[in-house]
Design a binder for this molecule. Sequence first.
Ligand SMILES: Nc1ncnc2c1ncn2[C@@H]1O[C@H](COP(=O)(O)OP(=O)(O)OP(=O)(O)O)[C@@H](O)[C@H]1O
Length: 569
Amino acid sequence: MNDWIKPYVKAHKGLLILTILFGVGALIAACALLFTSGYLISKSSLRPENILLVYVPIVLVRAFGISRPVLNYLQQLASHSFVLAVLSKMRVRLFQRLETQALVLKERYAIGDLLGLLADDLEHLQNFYLKTIFPALFALILYGIAIIALGVFSIPYALLLALLFGILVFVLPYVALKRNRQHMLDMKIVRAELYNDLTDAVMGATDWKLSGRADQMIAGKQQIAARYDRLEAKIEASSRRRSIVFQVVAAASVILLVMFGSDMAQTAVFHPMWIAAFVLVALPLLEAFMPISDAISHFPSYDTSFARLMEVEGRSEDAQPCTTLPTGPYTVDISNVAFQYDNRTVLRDVSMTWHPRQKVAILGKTGTGKSTLGKLLLGAYKPTAGTVTINGVHMHTLRHDTSQLIAVLEQKPYLFDTTIMNNIRLGNVSASDAEVIEAAKKVQLHEMIETLPHGYDTRVEELGTRFSGGERQRIALARILLQQTPIVLLDEPTVGLDPVTEQELIHTIFEVLSNKTVVWITHHLAAMAHMDTIYMLENGRVRVKGSHEQLLADDARYRKLYDLDYPFD
Ligand SMILES: Nc1ncnc2c1ncn2[C@@H]1O[C@H](COP(=O)(O)OP(=O)(O)OP(=O)(O)O)[C@@H](O)[C@H]1O
């Protein structure tokens, strides 16, 4: 937690000091306003012969009346500037940590968890300062000043007031923290469950509807929401009970100050005129103490927010990043690689070397570790044993530079809800319109785009639903052409396409990628004739390797698979 607070507090010390000065200043001005007002009322009630006799308190009331809101405003300005500056740095830090895990994000976090992290935890931390730390700090400083000020007149009264105010400043917040700790933690868990459940429900809404169980899904959500409401009601009830105790102690403090005033007046320490002044000061003091208990009771939820942020940090790649990108031509070397997920070995002793412009297929049935090998190539994971290098540089040390060397075409490329032009330009944001059109022509999309109502400025709706599978792959392929990487990784890019569209796409892919290294991950043999080397994986090992013709001739298993895919060849 310290790690997510200390550096920011240090970096914005100036704003923090200003916040404290203005905040305490505003509260002192509020006390002084009521003090001088009390004096002014008492003095005026004695009918001073001349207005000049109360001239000074009148000016002071005006001065404090104006300075209080001004200082309050300045305090808000400084505290919000501090919080916004800190939050923006925290946000950048969180995004940077998530970015290093981008390729494995979906496997590591549920989408609801991520939303909770970004929307809830981070935003929530602004309350940590604005609603908890600052008010508690101001109240504490004011508590000290009030007791010292009273101690100047009477030590016993100061001690008694220290005791009463102590209940408000220390005991009630402590009780609130103790009693609400579990409720707050439960609330955080239920809220995370709600986020998770809702994202899951939205993603799977079609399936709920089609299975005729939409009502059941809604009832499930209502149950979680009801649990959340019950927890909120419990916290609310304990806040009400604390409020009653607060009012009783506050009343006792006012009575104590009345007694103090009259005692002082009787022993002629000061004139009875000052009694009202001392009593009225209690009001802004009590107002400052009021929000502390509620604020402190939220501490456990900040704790969990910090814990989740630290967990993300702990999971981010800890390897030393490579500082210089290797220069081409590029050879990829996979040497004796093994990989485990949670102690379960999915790749064993895998070795391959891919030369520049080589066309390579990683073939194997579902679950043999093909995609895992792809992720090792992209540097998303560090191998458990062995190395994956490009011109001698370990892939997992390349981090975001990987995208300069390897482009990826997946089964379902994501199309963003913007124009086709922008969607293609994603491959290289500095590409001109002419370069985008050139790429679209190469992947044979240009004519289709020209027929759309706004041509290249036609918007791709969310998830790209207006395009067919083949068209989406071509848009993604055009992106890859603009990205200009020497290596392209294709992970089942033609799955789900009809055989004619598939063959047309394969033809385009090999035509436009002829001068690049192509790594094709698949369980199906459609593109094998274009490959220089095919590696057949089985149970995480390379069972056999060779060209399409060699394997057809020498490997019965390969031949059988080919016959299943293409029975009439
Ligand atoms: N993040 C993960 N955590 C734990 N196990 C995983 C993870 N990702 C994959 N696995 C497991 O590792 C094995 C290999 O998975 P991988 O996705 O690499 O196989 P694949 O050959 O690409 O399969 P497919 O063709 O179905 O995509 C599978 O048994 C899978 O369940």
